[in-house]
Design a protein around this ligand. Structure first.
Ligand code: PEP
Ligand code: MG
Length: 575
């Protein structure tokens, strides 16, 4: 541990990627590439260097096989299998051998130069998808070079890993060394590495910009994965504060495990349904652990954006199938691509007001092939999972959009049936309530939908005229604003009048007290990030439905956010 006297406590802010608090010593991980020899070897050393190459291949392959055995994540298995295939490629073997024997290159230099060519060939064959592939190929080259140089990574057991960035392979391999937490300079909460860390429940902060410059190996660090905070050289009082939080956390964790087995009922027996919002299959391990009753929101856009091949129908079918298999027997609500706003393909013209622009259903109706392919994939998948899929439409603002969409759905159903494909003809069609026009005319929209799902993230930005991503006005963005509660009440009533289910899938549902208030307004299905499922469940089980209705009544009478804050702070969790 570093000398506490010499150092001042320091805070670094990043993005929370997996909740949990840990205190420990840092291990700085630098993906150093060993220095490559530039000398030539003698003829009698050739055999020895070729032997070293095959030895390194065997070690790297064994490591990958172990990882493969220990992962049930489909994306990651694909990646590891691709890396194993590279190691087994006879052309790679021949060329490295050739480079060593014909050019008298030492083994590291031969590997380095053959991989350089390899990357070049891949770039020529794969064009735009090269970026992702190149990361994984460079990763395996670096591992080979580390083995050849007999370089360990100096990561100590039980430490907090600090790195510029991490590949999924690295996270999985370090997790076997009891890594306590992860801090990276780069990456966002939805990066693949962050999702994998989350699925392994390793407290993680990403995008902590200069962490690797500020933190040295062995420094004492507090990592708070709930809010993305990292504290280096904590003062005694800071450490004590976090130690007691950790104690509470582990008590809560033990409570959560027994809580998950209990029924989803309020204290007076009213049932409720808690579902997960997910983007990647990897997130299902935590959702299943916390007994999510299906997926209330499957966001499809980031997978679409990160993998151009997702435009291929078979890939989409495989993705939806994997989600449905992992969530049986529950429902999965697939949201149509919500591209636009802040999520772009990259080749569109930049808009002045992207959040008020060409996004969600507006964009899909003007890109019929994109929409039709997604619908084809969903209906093709549905035949094997009758009654389990629901379709959710993002960014609806006008009735006309629904009419047009229903015509296209009819066309796709007929097309697939005429091809003899087995489909679920009764997939419920739901609308996101996230644009004020839909909330204000909820009664009308409810007549033309099978269910409504309130997206409070966008509804708040549109109702309050506050860009949800603009830090300058973030103090004005609060989903608990009185106007939002009033609109939610209207939507809940419209659902009841038209006998269709209404749920909430925006962030408001992840706040346990807000969730109680939503129940009080008659919304008993909530969908949220899986990590908060236990705390919401605990709160909903602690109160009676009548008490929640009382809370909702008071919230609806509140005039200001402060009034709502006061009501919420008087609402405690009962044991
Ligand atoms: C919402 O707007 O509340 C929502 C759930 O959708 P997203 O956050 O993906 O826009
Ligand atoms: Mg939205």
């Amino acid at each position: 541990m570093s000398d506490q006297v010499d150092h001042k406590e320091r805070y670094i802010s990043g993005a929370p990627a997996c909740p949990g608090i840990v205190i420990g010593n840092a291990s700085l991980y630098q993906r150093v590439r060993p220095h490559i020899s530039d000398t030539q070897i003698a003829d009698d050393e050739v055999e020895d260097h070729i032997h070293k190459f095959y030895e390194a291949l065997d070690i790297a392959e064994d490591e990958l096989e172990i990882l493969l055995k220990n992962t049930d994540m489909e994306d990651l298995s694909d990646l590891i299998q691709m890396q194993i295939a590279i190691l087994k490629d006879p052309e790679l073997h021949d060329r490295v051998e050739q480079e060593i024997s014909a050019n008298n290159k030492p083994v590291d230099s031969a590997v380095e130069s053959i991989f350089r060519n390899y990357l070049q060939v891949i770039r020529e064959n794969h064009g735009e998808t090269f970026q992702n592939k190149s990361v994984d190929i460079s990763d395996i080259r670096d591992r080979l070079l580390q083995i050849i140089h007999n370089k360990g990574d100096e990561i100590k057991e039980g430490t907090i890993l600090v790195a510029q960035e991490m590949s999924p392979r690295e996270i999985i391999s370090f997790s076997s060394r009891d890594i306590k937490g992860l801090i990276t300079d780069r990456g966002g909460a939805t990066s693949h590495a962050a999702i994998i860390a989350r699925s392994m429940n390793i407290p993680t902060v990403v995008g902590a910009k200069r962490a690797t410059e500020i933190i040295n190996s062995d420094d004492e660090v507090v990592l708070d994965g709930r809010n993305g905070e990292v504290i280096v050289y904590p003062k005694n009082e800071t450490r004590q504060k976090y130690e007691s939080l950790i104690e509470q956390q582990s008590k809560r964790q033990a409570d959560f495990e027994s809580l998950c087995k209990k029924p989803n009922k309020t204290s007076d027996g009213k049932p409720f349904t808690l579902q997960a919002n997910i983007e990647f299959a990897e997130e299902l391990s935590i959702a299943n652990k916390y007994q999510a009753q299906g997926v209330g929101l499957l966001r499809t856009e980031s997978i679409y954006l990160s993998r151009k091949h997702f435009q291929n129908i078979d890939h989409q079918v495989a993705f939806y199938t994997s989600i449905l298999e992992l969530t049986a027997p529950h429902q999965v609500t697939i949201r149509l691509f919500d591209v636009g706003g802040d999520k772009f393909f990259g080749d569109e013209e930049k808009e002045q007001n992207p959040f008020l622009g060409w996004r969600g259903i507006r964009m899909l109706l003007e890109q019929p092939e994109l929409l039709k392919n997604q619908l084809r994939a969903i209906f093709k998948t549905s035949g094997s999972f009758m009654g389990r899929i629901r379709i959710l439409v993002p960014m609806v603002s006008a009735m006309d959009e629904i009419r047009k969409l229903k015509n296209i759905i009819g066309e796709i159903q007929e097309e697939l049936i005429s091809e003899g494909i087995n489909i679920d003809k009764n997939i419920p069609l739901g609308l996101m309530v996230e644009v004020p026009s839909v909330a204000l005319k909820a009664n009308l929209f409810a007549r033309h939908a099978d269910f409504l799902s309130i997206g409070t993230n966008d509804l708040t930005q549109y109702v309050l005229a506050v860009d949800r991503g603009n830090e300058r006005i973030s103090n004005l963005y609060d989903q608990r604003h009185p106007a939002i509660w009033w609109l939610i009440k209207e939507v809940a009533e419209a659902g009841e009048r038209n006998k269709i289910p209404v749920s909430v899938c925006g962030e408001l549902a992840s706040d346990p007290i807000a969730a109680s208030c939503l129940m009080g307004l008659g919304i008993d299905t909530l969908s949220m990030n899986a990590v908060v499922l236990p705390s919401v469940k605990q709160m909903l089980r602690s109160y009676s439905h009548a008490e929640m209705q009382q809370l909702a009544k008071k919230v609806l009478q509140a005039e200001t956010l402060d009034d709502i804050d006061n009501l919420f702070s008087n609402w405690e969790t009962k044991g």
